[in-house]
Design a protein around this ligand. Structure first.
Ligand code: MSP
Length: 506
């Protein structure tokens, strides 16, 4: 069983921001989930190095393009490493093998007569690296997504891919494969995009305007349009066109933000059809993060959330948790350092970390450094054990991008129940009398064993902290495929060193 998950490859004109961190963290969570289920995984993330925007960003810093790309590539990679993203392949589109394969794809489409050369007058947004129709622009004639980057008027000769011959076929594919685009709101949006005849797609840029790109194989005066080049990464990462890519490609799922639905839902499938290749299995689309109060993040407002700053202040898992817990696939969600701090303190700290510290420290102090062995179970013990199994069992099933926050909600709900159980059973009272000592042992065992199950589930989301917790509990290695199972902590087994998992931050 294989699964290939991709993230968008990010423009390197600026430093990595929370949106980039987000899609890559979600991809990592899905990877860890599928690995827990026993799948073999391929996760790609990386950078989109070509195009006018990147070229101008290098020039603005007075750097050579190579130096600039190396610097940014390293910066993105470092951030993804610090975020704990277990990517299998880090994409750089400047790689020779990628460029050769892109040229090969273009040549094969050109040879079929699907690419034509013509003169075109149009409005171009560098932010999107896309031509815009008048109806795409604001009343002031600017791009709504990049209002500060003035659109440019261009009048150029370029190469164009014919799109219209594939429109009906793509609509049919969407109708036949309801899971091709998720959630449904974006599937409908894509159908809307395909409701009218499609204009030809400009796939080149004259070198007089842009030089940073893949040379067009059939005309050296031009480079390839950055989107054509970038989309092809999904195939070149798995060594297309060399043999062996097929098994991964058949299981490919693209994670994308709603801003890039059109390139992924219209351009890419049609490029693939034109090249005679199968379409990816799925596009999983998500909405965006906005600042607190629903305000768009911007440097001038000062509400931009910098992933590195959050990691340094609160730790990587505070950020991963917040993103997983609060993301919504089909509506925008709010983020700020304050919101992340609150969720870290109240959920990870108070509900999960504290319970673990209290129960484990108690056990260590009162039972000679060990987890006691349980006696007969009461109805309350049975009830909390059942709740824990129910709350975590969905983490032993396939998770779709849109399902992530509901899974986190179940974990928080059961953490509340576990805290109630612990408070009601009051092991600190039970330990006082010889007659209730055995009962105390059972309560501590049940609590720690339930925490072990929750931590096993959380290795998919906050692996650093969850693995640390499992080491404290001296829990056995996690079996694959994973299902939540009770009674895996060894009665009378030693506990490890107990540290505070989520130290409180003001
Ligand atoms: N280079 C193209 C993608 C090519 S993929 C073949 C690109 N790059 S980008 O740097 O602009 O990144 C776009 C992606 O970043 C979005 O689709 C989304 O995954 C993520 N995000 C950027 N801003 C975001 C938010 N504010 N919130 C959530 N994610 C967003 O487009």
């Amino acid at each position: 069983m294989k699964s290939y998950i991709t993230t968008p490859i990010y423009y390197v004109n600026g430093s990595p921001h929370i949106g980039h961190a987000f899609t890559s963290v979600m991809a990592d969570i899905l990877k860890r989930n599928r690995e827990a289920l026993g799948y073999e995984l391929m996760l790609s993330t990386g950078v989109d190095e070509h195009g006018q925007k990147n070229q101008e960003a290098a020039a603005d810093l007075d750097m050579s393009v190579e130096e600039f790309l190396d610097m940014r590539g390293k910066e993105f990679r470092d951030v993804f490493d610090r975020l704990g993203i277990a990517y299998d392949y880090f994409v750089r589109t400047s790689r020779e093998g990628h460029k050769t394969a892109v040229a090969g794809m273009e040549q094969s489409i050109f040879d079929k007569g699907l690419i034509v050369k013509k003169q075109y007058t149009g409005t171009y947004c560098k932010g999107c690296e896309e031509f815009k129709k008048e109806s795409d622009l604001t009343e002031e004639g600017q791009c709504p997504l990049h209002p500060t980057m003035k659109v440019e008027q261009t009048d150029e000769t370029n190469y164009f891919l014919k799109m219209e011959p594939y429109r009906e076929k793509l609509l049919q594919h969407i109708a036949d494969n309801p899971d091709f685009v998720q959630p449904e709101a974006f599937r409908n949006e894509l159908k809307q995009m395909l409701a009218e005849p499609l204009e030809d797609l400009c796939i080149s840029r004259p070198k007089t305007r842009v030089t940073l790109g893949v040379d067009l194989p059939f005309d050296p005066e031009f480079v390839t349009y950055v989107w054509f080049d970038a989309l092809a990464n999904y195939l070149t990462n798995i060594d297309w066109p060399q043999e062996g890519y097929e098994a991964w490609w058949a299981e490919c799922e693209h994670l994308i933000g709603k801003d890039i639905l059109k390139p992924h839902g219209v351009y890419w499938p049609i490029m693939l059809m034109a090249a005679g290749l199968p379409l990816p299995k799925k596009l999983s689309v998500h909405s965006h993060w906005v600042g607190a109060g629903g305000v768009k993040m911007s440097k001038s407002i000062g509400n931009v959330v910098d992933p590195i700053e959050v990691i340094e202040k609160l730790g990587v898992d505070a950020l991963r948790w917040y993103l997983a817990r609060n993301m919504r696939a089909d509506s925008d969600s709010q983020i700020s350092v304050d919101l992340i701090t609150q969720s870290y303190n109240s959920e990870l700290g108070n509900k999960i970390g504290n319970l673990l510290s209290r129960a484990a420290k108690f056990s260590k102090a009162r039972f000679d450094g060990t987890v006691p062995a349980p006696g007969a179970l009461s109805a309350e013990d049975e009830a909390i054990r059942k709740s824990v199994l129910e709350a975590t069992s969905a983490m032993g099933d396939w998770i779709n991008l849109a399902d992530i926050p509901a899974r986190m909600q179940s974990i928080i709900t059961v953490a509340d129940e576990m805290n109630n159980y612990f408070a009601e059973q009051a092991p600190w009272d039970l330990i006082k009398n010889e007659e209730t000592r055995e009962r105390c042992e059972t309560v501590i065992y049940v609590t720690l064993d339930c925490l072990r199950v929750v931590m096993e589930a959380l290795t998919q989301v906050i692996p650093t902290s969850a693995e640390k917790a499992l080491r404290m509990l001296n829990a056995p290695e996690i079996a694959r495929p994973w299902r939540p199972e009770l009674d895996k902590l060894q009665g009378n087994g030693e506990l490890g060193e107990i540290e505070t998992l989520f130290p409180r931050v003001q």
